[in-house]
Design a binder for this molecule. Structure first.
Ligand code: ADP
Ligand code: NI
Length: 210
């Protein structure tokens, strides 16, 4: 069962160059399972949802309705129950941060996926992914003339000009405060410190302070 879903996701994300490749999915799957062991949840739902969590992301798929239909067809062909499938779809439609405009997640399984996804956005890998994304979208690494935005609509978050470094302030350093589980909060501490250290080094070198 799981292998069918893995293959479906691998094929969907095989050309990704924005930091949302198969290895991101696989890390989120492993981290979600790790977090789930300390929570009272259905690990199978957590694993399947983690594998599918980026497939309905509007910046990765062109036709969201078609992608949703494909997921439902796949899960139905694997004999999963309707309510089970609806729950998975509900989580993956609402997992995103969306510039602070995402909805409040109310299912524990969804909270776990959010935590795992957000942990992959901070620390060394989070830094690497942000530069991948910015490069892929043609954003500057940094531009002191482009101000950091405090609050922004979803449209602004996706479409306004920004930079990789701005994204750290607009999203990455805020993520630690949005985590749900104690397991994730503990893992986040070191990764968050690493982000801050990276930023201070970056600015020191930018200003050519010796
Ligand atoms: P969400 O949709 O929940 O905001 P994303 O999938 O956009 O989450 O973010 C995943 C990762 O992609 C981010 O942590 C970051 O590394 C990268 N990313 C997303 N948006 C930007 C951006 N505007 N600038 C730089 N990196 C970005
Ligand atoms: Ni993700």
């Amino acid at each position: 069962m799981i292998q069918h879903i893995e293959r479906f996701v691998q094929q969907k994300l095989s050309h990704d160059t924005t930091g949302h490749d198969w290895y991101h999915i696989d890390r989120v799957r492993k981290m979600s399972i790790h977090i789930a062991k300390n929570e009272n949840v259905n690990i199978e739902i957590v694993e399947i949802t983690a594998l599918l969590h980026d497939i309905l992301d509007d910046k990765l798929v062109n036709n969201k309705e078609e992608a949703k239909r494909e997921i439902i067809d796949l899960l139905e062909s694997l004999q999963y129950q309707d309510d089970y499938i609806q729950q998975i779809i509900y989580i993956i439609e609402n997992v995103g941060f969306k510039g602070g405009n995402g909805m409040q997640m109310d299912l524990v399984e969804g909270k776990i996926i959010q935590d795992a996804d957000r942990l992959d956005a901070i620390g060394a890998i989070g830094i690497a992914r942000t530069f991948m994304y910015s490069g892929a979208k043609g954003q500057a690494m940094y531009d002191p003339n482009i101000p950091v935005r405090d609050e922004m609509s979803y449209e602004q978050y996706r479409n306004e000009k920004s930079t990789a470094i701005n994204h750290f302030y607009e999203k990455l350093v805020k993520l630690i405060h949005t985590l749900h589980t104690d397991t994730a909060k503990n893992i986040a501490k070191e990764r968050h410190e690493f982000l801050k250290l990276f930023l201070s080094e970056f600015h020191r070198e930018w200003e050519v302070k010796l």
